[in-house]
Design a protein around this ligand. Structure first.
Ligand SMILES: Cc1ncc(COP(=O)(O)O)c(C=O)c1O
Length: 210
């Protein structure tokens, strides 16, 4: 929710110590983090210590559906006994083809993830300079924690009126008094988009401070 990242080294150590299976969800990291865009485990160089990885085809890959990756024995067990998998319609071929095409783009166009991460770093820096609380965000998901739910809704409405769609996330999705705007940046956001966003949030801050 906060665009922050887990310490997978600590989690693999804890799993090893307790003889536990470590399953990680790379939904927001696939195609975005790591030298090859393989995710957070690649970025933190712990890929070999992860037992099972789950993820979605619906975020950076822009399709629909998801995946589970791990040892063959675990995959066979899921294929043969996971009821939600057995009793659901298979992924439409068009979605599978779109995800495959997106994976090829992830492999061959690394500049896209360099760009989205650079845009995110810039937006975070500017928002913090304005005095906003962006939590521990380290990815293209950036929370702007406002606290009050009504205020978060007011900010989201003001942004929407300026052609910027950023949802207001409120309790119970987040803890009490931590309502926030949740910014999701993309590699295709232009400098113009970013400056429009920052100008709108600067204005919102100024109105709020009055
Ligand atoms: C961490 C995480 N895992 C899984 C999912 C599910 O993805 P999908 O909507 O493609 O099923 C989401 C969706 O927001 C997510 O944030």
């Amino acid at each position: 929710m906060d665009g922050d990242v887990a310490d997978l080294g600590a989690l693999t150590d804890a799993a090893g110590k307790h003889d536990a299976l470590l399953i990680i969800d790379e939904a927001h990291a696939t195609g975005v983090l790591g030298a090859r865009g393989a995710g957070l485990a690649e970025l933190q160089d712990v890929e070999k210590q992860i037992d099972v990885t789950i993820g979605t085809l619906s975020k950076a890959l822009g399709s629909l559906g998801g995946f589970v990756a791990g040892p063959r024995v675990a995959m066979e067990a899921l294929i043969n006994s996971a009821r939600p998998f057995i009793f659901t319609t298979a992924l439409p071929p068009a979605c599978a083809a779109a995800a495959l095409a997106a994976l090829a783009i992830v492999e061959t166009e690394p500049a896209r993830r360099t760009r989205v991460l650079a845009v995110a770093a810039y937006v975070r820096q500017e928002l913090r300079r304005m005095g906003y609380d962006c939590g521990d965000s380290a990815t293209p998901i950036i929370p702007v924690i406002l606290g009050d739910s009504e205020e978060a809704l007011r900010a989201a409405t003001a942004l929407r009126e300026r052609g910027i769609y950023i949802p207001a996330i409120r309790p119970p999705t987040v803890p009490p008094n931590s309502a926030r705007l949740r910014i999701s940046l993309m590699a295709t956001h232009t400098e113009g988009h970013v400056e429009r966003l920052l100008a709108a949030l600067r204005l919102f801050r100024d109105v709020r401070q009055k």
